[in-house]
Design a protein around this ligand. Structure first.
Ligand code: HAM
Length: 418
């Protein structure tokens, strides 16, 4: 029987992995340049962490989690996102005693049982970050500018930033009543999910993805117009900080985000190139989450970017992510003695960090030359009897055909500059 990758999973093959490396390195570099440090969290956590953290009225928790009992009878879930795990780690490792803000970034796989489509997988990757301990809008602007700097340094342009505020528990309490009054006469026409949301989490009803009475949802009051004074001031503060950074944005009152922990600022970077939902990166503030998880009351904010979607966008924008040539030089040998010498030379060069190859497949001399050409290795050295006797080789540049005589002992110095 031939096996196939599971639905919603994909192999990342050598022909594309270099793009991942480039994006991963740039994301880490950009995060470091803001003072963020990397955290690695486990792939699975106890199920309850996500039920409580992400919220048990969300689609992610009710429909999409990979949950199973392990052999010890514990309910385990493959992380559907990174925030809950990072918050758990922040609390468990006593990071609240560190100077704030505590800035953490991550590069993770995540798992959601979703319908496969362009830009949507069951195993996918996220670049993300979380910042703990800062209350004012400056940190909101800072993390948005992390995404802005990352996109720009990767060469991407024109990705739309949409921002919104979904208020704090105080303003939301009043707004929820308003929303319920609005939806009550229409409740019979709403989908089953929305009927359940009506009591438990009416805000989620304006994010209904099911074909229903669209105009009812469209005309529903939006929280941005019912913020309390403090939430409004926070939002105004964010807008002026973004203006000062010259980061363009649109206010989109429809963004409520699919996870329950958000308060105040929410934002998404969107593009038409990455599939029907179009969100490359989403995030926001979660001032109640650390407390909800029984940690010390601490404000937090973060985002996650779908790496697959980011790469789709980069491709659509024609960004050349430049495949690196790790192997610089090929040693083609005419005899067994030459092959032995090539092996030793390669070993020494690799110790110095220089990529090189020699034959390990018992190829003829001609076949070795053909192989080196096919691989596009930029320099070629032939080891024949003369070269072995003299200890001097000709290094041929395959691009312009130029040959340079170099002592075998000097190869390292010569190649280092190439
Ligand atoms: P999220 O909006 O659920 O937020 O996911 C963030 C990003 O992950 C999305 O914008 C999308 O690019 C990508 N993504 C989500 N689901 C899939 C999928 N099935 N296939 C491919 N890509 C996907 C979070 O996960 C929050 N933890 C973000 C956050 C961090 N908020 C605060 N801190």
């Amino acid at each position: 029987m031939r096996y196939a990758a599971q639905k919603g999973t994909r192999d990342i093959l050598p022909e594309e992995i270099y793009k991942w490396h480039k994006a991963e390195k740039m994301f880490a570099d950009v995060c470091h340049s803001f003072g963020f440090e990397e955290i690695r969290i486990p792939t699975f956590e106890q199920t309850d962490l996500f039920q409580r953290g992400v919220g048990d009225t969300t689609d992610v928790v009710t429909k999409e989690m990979y949950t199973f009992d392990d052999k010890g009878g514990r309910s385990i879930t493959l992380r559907p996102e990174g925030t809950a795990g990072v918050v758990r780690s922040y609390i468990e490792n006593g990071m609240s005693s560190l100077p704030s803000p505590v800035r953490l970034f991550y590069n993770i796989t995540a798992f959601r049982y979703e319908k496969m489509q362009k830009g949507r997988y069951r195993e996918f990757h996220q670049f993300g970050l979380e910042a703990f301990g800062a209350t004012g809008p400056s940190i909101d602007a800072e993390i948005i500018s992390v995404v802005d700097v990352f996109f720009k340094r990767m060469g991407l342009a024109n990705i739309k930033l949409c921002i919104n505020s979904i208020g704090c528990p105080e303003c939301r309490k009043q707004y929820n009543e308003l929303l319920k009054d609005y939806f009550r006469p229409h409740i019979d026409t709403m989908c089953e999910d929305c009927k359940a949301r009506f009591e438990r989490n009416p805000l989620r009803m304006i994010d209904c993805k099911i074909d229903g009475p669209k105009e009812v949802v469209q005309n529903a009051p939006r929280l941005i117009n019912h913020l309390c004074d403090e939430c409004r001031a926070h939002f105004e503060g964010l807008k002026s900080e973004l203006d000062a950074l010259d980061i363009k944005y649109e206010i989109d009152p429809n963004i409520v985000r699919g996870l329950d922990y958000y308060t105040r600022t929410v934002f998404e970077f969107v593009s038409e190139n990455v599939g029907s939902q179009g969100t490359i990166c989403g995030g926001g503030r979660y001032d109640g989450l650390v407390g909800l998880m029984d940690g010390p009351a601490t404000p937090g904010i973060g985002f996650a970017m779908g790496v697959e979607r980011f790469l789709l966008e980069a491709e659509a924008q024609g960004i050349d992510l430049g495949k690196p040539q790790y192997v610089k030089v090929y040693f083609a040998a005419m005899s067994d003695e030459g092959k032995n010498k090539a092996m030793k030379i390669c070993h020494d060069l690799r110790l110095a960090g220089i990529g090189c190859e020699q034959d390990v497949a018992d190829r003829s001399f001609r076949a070795q030359m053909k192989y080196a050409g096919k691989q596009g290795i930029p320099y070629l050295v032939v080891l024949g009897d003369d070269e072995l006797a003299s200890g001097i080789v000709k290094v041929k540049c395959m691009e312009d055909g130029q040959e340079t005589e170099v002592k075998i002992d000097d190869l390292k110095t010569f190649l280092e500059g190439k």
